[in-house]
Structure formats: structure tokens, C-alpha cells
Design a protein around this ligand. Structure first.
Ligand SMILES: Cc1cc2nc3c(=O)[nH]c(=O)nc-3n(C[C@H](O)[C@H](O)[C@H](O)COP(=O)(O)O)c2cc1C
Length: 335
């Protein structure tokens, strides 16, 4: 287990939707960190293609992240009512609103099978717990299994499941919350959260969420984290596949704050607060149904260079993110 997050103890977070392309995972790994591919809502063929690219680059160790599908019932009437309310938004960017897709990632079993066969150095899960036999199969294949948790109860559940380590995600984190038990969200600092999880389980901890400075990373390590995981800090690096509208928004002084929203995907996620988020503070809890519903209008907004109707995921420390090679980001946060 020693040094599994690289000698730097810095994990370049899995970031679905484009940022975590093989170039970023490779650069983070080469710089002494651990890079990740994002397998959430990706087809097995697309994920396999990224694994092939990363292997062809000669990447030694890297991780892959998966979203665990939800079994929760979706309120279909609420989704259809939300779809009606989005009509004007779609019209404004010349996009069509698709019919709702009610499934939650039918391809998850195929991706699990692929990863068990390819056995990357690490696989992390978020949004819920995988089945115990999936964890056991990955571990038998030599893969380290990490579980994203947002509080001590979730950490205990991960330990019972047989995970090798936990990614402890604070609500300041950019992107979706991985919360599945610990609601409402943790109210103290990331260091407090790490200490609380440290007291609950004996597993190694990767601390994530709102880390903007080396001092933030040091505080998380001092509280008991073996490594830190950063997402937002890598979004402006040239190796990240962050779309140009998102990249420009992170650098602009147009945005005043980040906020949690369900408006884009139907699951709480933190992003730079824009007009779409302000107009739909009460979107229903229906992930990934809302994600698919808003996908064409988000894509049209990006194509038009307009940051007002697309998700701009960012953690609270977004202003500290730099346009610098990913290797420099790894070096700045090395422990
Ligand atoms: C653009 C973006 C996409 C993300 N996508 C994923 C993902 O696919 N899987 C995941 O486990 N976490 C995802 N996250 C959350 C990160 O793993 C991590 O918890 C978070 O970035 C840490 O907070 P920070 O952004 O303040 O550094 C994403 C975060 C961002 C900013």
C-alpha cells in the first residue's frame, strides 16, 4: 500500500465530462502523483479506448473512477414538469429537449467487468457503494479499491465493504457530491472531517474538497490524510480536457461564488453560480435523468461560447486554480 498515491501523495481527481482525459492522468502520474480516468456515464468502449491511450503513453499506475448507479425511484411527474420549464432555455440556445431517459447507466456492469480484467492500480467509486463481490474481484485482480465518502457513517460502510481506502470529500468540493448516507453535509472544515473519519475507521484517507493552497493540503495531512485529491486545481492545466467556456469562466472575474445545484443533473453538485442555477433552485432529485435532459442545451451553450446555461463545476477554492502544467500543480501540493 505504501506510496500508492505516488511519492507526492497527490491525486488528480477523476473529473467526468471531459477534464480527466488520458493526457492529464499521465502527466499527474509522471509528476509523482496518481492520475485518474473518469468512467462515469461513459460507454465501455469509450472507457476502454482511454485505457488503451493511457497504456500506449506508457503510464505506469493510474486510477479509474465509476459512478455507482442508484436504485432510488425517480418522480417522473416532477421530471416532466421540469422539462416543461426548460423549454424556453432550450429555445434560447437553439437546442431540442430530448425525451427523458429513465435508466441509470446500464453500462455499469460492463465497465466493472472491463476494469476487473484490465486491473488498473486503483478504482474509486462514488455516489454509492458497489456490490461486495465487485470489490472482492477488483482486489483479487490487484486493484486498490477506494470509496468516496462524505462523513463517518459512510466511511464505516466502506470499511465494512472491504474498501482499501476512503476518499473523504468535503462539501466545498467541485462537481457532484458523493454523499449516500451522510446527509446533511458536514459543517466543519476539511481537516475536522478527516479527523472525524480517522476516528471512525482505520483505513487510509485521501482528503478532497476545497483544497486551494499547499497550506490547505498540509492541514488535511496533519489531520490524518495520507494523500490529497484535487479537482478544481487541475481544471485550468493544459493537459485537462476542460471545455473552453468552463476554462474561461474559471479565469474570469465575472463569477462571484460557487454554489450547490441540482439544476443541471438532478444531483447536488458545486459549480460557479450562473443564471441557469439561479433560475432553477428547485430542480428535482432525478440523476442522471436531468443530466440527459439538459445535455443538448448545455452543449449548445458551450458551442455558443455562453457560460450562462452550462455547468461550470468548481470547488470553493476556484480562484486559486492556475493555468500551469499539471506537473507543477502536483509539485505545489506534494506532501
Ligand atoms: C469538473 C469536475 C468533475 C468531477 N467529476 C467527478 C467524477 O467523475 N467522479 C468523482 O468521483 N468525482 C468527481 N469530481 C469530484 C472530485 O473527485 C473531487 O472530489 C473534487 O474535485 C475535490 O474538490 P476540489 O474540486 O475543490 O479540488 C469532479 C469534480 C469536478 C470539479
Amino acid at each position: 500500500m505504501e506510496g500508492w498515491a505516488g511519492p507526492a501523495g497527490v491525486v488528480a481527481a477523476p473529473m467526468a465530462g471531459g477534464p480527466s482525459r488520458p493526457e492529464l492522468a499521465h502527466a499527474a502520474g509522471r509528476a509523482g502523483g496518481l492520475g485518474f480516468l473518469a468512467g462515469g456515464l461513459k460507454s465501455p468502449a469509450a472507457l476502454e479506448g482511454e485505457l488503451d491511450v493511457l497504456d500506449a503513453m506508457g503510464a505506469a499506475a493510474y486510477g479509474v473512477n465509476l459512478f455507482v448507479p442508484s436504485t432510488a425511484e425517480v418522480d417522473r411527474a416532477a421530471v416532466l414538469a421540469y422539462r416543461e420549464r426548460l423549454a424556453g432555455e432550450a429555445r434560447a440556445v437553439g437546442a431540442a429537449l430530448p425525451e427523458p431517459r429513465w435508466d441509470d447507466d446500464d453500462a455499469y456492469p460492463a465497465k466493472l467487468a472491463l476494469l476487473t480484467e484490465r486491473a488498473p492500480a486503483a478504482v474509486s467509486f462514488t455516489f454509492g457503494l458497489p456490490a461486495a463481490d465487485a470489490v472482492a474481484a477488483l482486489r483479487r485482480a490487484g486493484t486498490l479499491v477506494l470509496q468516496t465518502v462524505t462523513g463517518p457513517d459512510e466511511a464505516r460502510a466502506a470499511a465494512e465493504l472491504g474498501a482499501d481506502a476512503v476518499v473523504v470529500q468535503h462539501p466545498d468540493a467541485g462537481g457532484h457530491s458523493g454523499a449516500f448516507l451522510d446527509l446533511p453535509a458536514w459543517e466543519g472544515t476539511l481537516a475536522d472531517l478527516v479527523a472525524a473519519v480517522r476516528a471512525a475507521v482505520v483505513l487510509p484517507i485521501v482528503a478532497a474538497g476545497g483544497i486551494g493552497t499547499p497550506e490547505d493540503a498540509a492541514a488535511a495531512r496533519a489531520a490524518g490524510a495520507e494523500a490529497v485529491q484535487l479537482g478544481t486545481a487541475f481544471l485550468r492545466t493544459p493537459e485537462a480536457g476542460t471545455n473552453p467556456v468552463h476554462r474561461a469562466a474559471l479565469a474570469s472575474d465575472e463569477f462571484e461564488r460557487t454554489a450547490p445545484t441540482r439544476a443541471f443533473s438532478g444531483k447536488w453538485a458545486r459549480g460557479l453560480e450562473n443564471g441557469f442555477m439561479r433560475r432553477f433552485p428547485d430542480a428535482p432529485a432525478a440523476y442522471p435523468v436531468i443530466h440527459h435532459l439538459t445535455a443538448p442545451l448545455r452543449a449548445a451553450s458551450v458551442a455558443a461560447g455562453d457560460p450562462s446555461r452550462t455547468n461550470l463545476w468548481a470547488g470553493t477554492a476556484w480562484r486559486a486554480a492556475r493555468d500551469e502544467p499539471a506537473a507543477e500543480t502536483v509539485a505545489r501540493f506534494a506532501g
